[in-house]
Structure formats: C-alpha cells, structure tokens
Ligand binder design. Sequence first.
Ligand SMILES: [Zn+2]
Length: 192
Amino acid sequence: MENKINNNLLVCKACGYKTKSKNLRNVCPACGVDKKFFIPFTDNISHIRRSILELHMHPIAVHFSVAMSVFLFLTILVSLFTGGKFSAFLQSASAVISITLPFFIIAGLVSGIIDGVARFKKVKRPMLLNKIYLSAGFLIIAIVILAIIQIYGFDYLYINIILLILCFLSAICATLLGKLGGQLTDAILPGK
Ligand SMILES: [Zn+2]
C-alpha cells in the first residue's frame, strides 16, 4: 500500500495537530497559528493501525488507574487524621478502590499492548518492554495492597503506614508509566 492522502484530515505544519477540514476554523485550535499552516495529512501507516490508535483506548484506560492509586493514598492518609464515621467511610472507600485498582491496571496493560503493537508493530521495543515491566510491578503492588486490606483491614497504625508506602510506590509507577507513555505518543510512527 502506498502512502495515501487521507482526504478528510488536515495537519498543522507548526504543531502536528490533525483535524477534519470541515472542522477547521480560522486558527489552529491547538497552537493558534493561522489556518494557512494546515496541509493535507499524508498518512504513512495502514488504515487498521490508524483506526486502532484513533480509539485512544490506552490513554483513557490508564487515567483510571493513575487517579485511583493517588486517590487510594489520599483516602488512607486522611482516614488516619479523622475519626468516627468519616474515617470508617474513607476506609470502606479505600477497600472498594483497592479491589477495582488491579482490574484497571490490567485494562491499562492490555490496551497498552494493543496500542503499542499498532503504534510500533512489535512489543519487543525497549521502551514498550520497560512499560510492561513497570506495569507488572504496579499490578503486583496493587495486589499486595488489596491482600493486606483484606487480611488486616485498617485497625493497626503500622498496617496503615505500610499501605501508605505501597500506595506511594504505586503512584510513582503510575507517574513513570505516564512519562514513558507521553514520550512514546510523541514519536513518529514506523510506516504502513
Ligand atoms: Zn497548530
């Protein structure tokens, strides 16, 4: 298949933002340059790969796990400084989040592998492999958090402190994953 012009899409020469020609107003909605900087977008990757990437499955899925790991840290932390019903409410919320977090990390991992293959054609690329190892670590930490909460609950201070440390580590994994992901989505894709 030859490189083909995607008739519907225009690309901003200044920033790379893509939009349908019918949606283009006077300026680039991303960087603000005049619309004369837009040229027809020549796609060098296949239709199927473009369609998969356009779903944005991975960035959508990962935002849940990142938000949840930070939220879990905060609910446990705040529950230590509050008492009575509110503290019990935060602990129940933490328990629910700890059950859902591993599923969202798995969703992020699976969608990331699909996205990675569509983007770079193979999983065996150094940065993609680093992301897979890092998300495996993220998943293991989340499962340990879940197990500790199921077994010990929140009754002991030292258990809460261990949970906070693990949540902090999981948030670091999530941040590093986001940083690597950002660098990968900026990359120019290998053709066809
Ligand atoms: Zn632009």
